[in-house]
Design a binder for this molecule. Structure first.
Ligand SMILES: Cc1cc2nc3c(=O)[nH]c(=O)nc-3n(C[C@H](O)[C@H](O)[C@H](O)COP(=O)(O)OP(=O)(O)OC[C@H]3O[C@@H](n4cnc5c(N)ncnc54)[C@H](O)[C@@H]3O)c2cc1C
Length: 261
């Protein structure tokens, strides 16, 4: 591992200034992805800027019709404290294992944009806004490709604002080795109509317009009966074929709708 400096700024402004002054530095949150990448020699930052304890990135609060979750909130915190948005709490509760949930953060998960990263499903499924140190990015245009987002390289995610749905639910098929989803589906009945978002199945998270149209007639699992998904363009890997993932999407969409609260 290449030696690096370590900074622990107290404010967003300080973190962004440090990052700007050292272009080869990186933000560090829970470290569940980044530290593994460093130890494997996959990245060589000149400095790590630890944002996990910045007060403005912590906590969960109500803001009118929105639930606003700080970027440094861990999956365990969200599972425990996002009770007023049960679909989001349910998703956080089934991420990885206990250590991952205690250390991994919402902002780290979204910024990393692993194609199987589960928070992307709720962000896209609820039509959330990703607030950064300099602007607000809608989830619909945030996830640009595998491990790629609309963030500038030195941009810090500060919070995610979720519009409160009438109800929302999540279902996943868990890879027994890693805990990551083979496929995960988040379904929500929102003020603007139904939204269904899929992770784990494609190069980036995506919505299912045909399923959303069917749910507009009545938000229940029966509305999705007979709907299928094409395997074209889906991931095909050691863990699951594209055909199996397509089958899982339809099954998990019905389960997510049935689980919606
Ligand atoms: C064994 C294992 C199992 C896992 N299982 C699952 C699972 O089942 N489901 C799931 O969804 N995830 C899973 N994860 C991923 C994990 O939950 C975290 O979401 C992920 O590691 C990233 O979050 P982090 O806080 O650890 O980020 P870090 O590792 O600290 O950072 C990841 C990247 O995000 C950047 N970053 C961090 N915070 C910010 C910010 N606020 N603004 C801008 N950029 C930022 C960093 O610079 C880095 O590039 C698993 C990880 C491991 C190692």
């Amino acid at each position: 591992m290449t030696p690096f400096a370590y900074h622990r700024p107290a404010t967003v402004a300080e973190a962004v200034l440090l990052r700007w002054r050292e272009p080869a530095s990186a933000f560090l949150a829970g470290g569940q992805t980044l530290i593994g990448t460093l130890t494997a020699g996959g990245a060589h930052p000149s400095a790590l800027i630890d944002v996990a304890r910045i007060p403005d990135l912590a906590g969960i609060r109500d803001e009118g019709g929105r639930l606003v979750v700080g970027a440094a909130a861990t999956h365990a915190t969200i599972a425990r404290d996002a009770g007023s948005l049960p679909g989001l709490a349910a998703l956080a509760r089934v991420i990885g294992d206990l250590q991952i949930r205690n250390m991994g953060t919402l902002g780290g998960s979204l910024a990393n944009n692993d194609p199987a990263g589960e928070h992307a499903a709720a962000a896209l499924g609820l039509g959330a806004d990703i607030r950064t140190d300099r602007r607000t990015l809608p989830a619909d245009s945030f996830f640009t490709g595998p491990f790629r987002t609309a963030l500038d390289p030195d941009e810090l995610v500060v919070a995610i604002a979720y519009p409160r749905p009438r109800r929302a639910g999540y279902a996943k098929m868990r890879d027994p080795a890693s805990g990551y989803p083979v496929v995960g589906v988040f379904a929500a009945e929102t003020a603007d109509g139904p939204r269904v978002a899929v992770i784990g199945a494609g190069p980036r998270p995506f919505r299912l317009p045909a399923f959303e149209r069917a749910l507009a007639a009545g938000f229940g699992p029966d509305a999705l009966a007979g709907l299928t998904v094409s395997a074209q363009g889906l991931r095909d890997s050691l863990h699951a074929s594209a055909q199996y993932r397509a089958h899982l999407i339809a099954v998990l969409a019905r389960r997510a709708v049935a689980a919606a609260k």
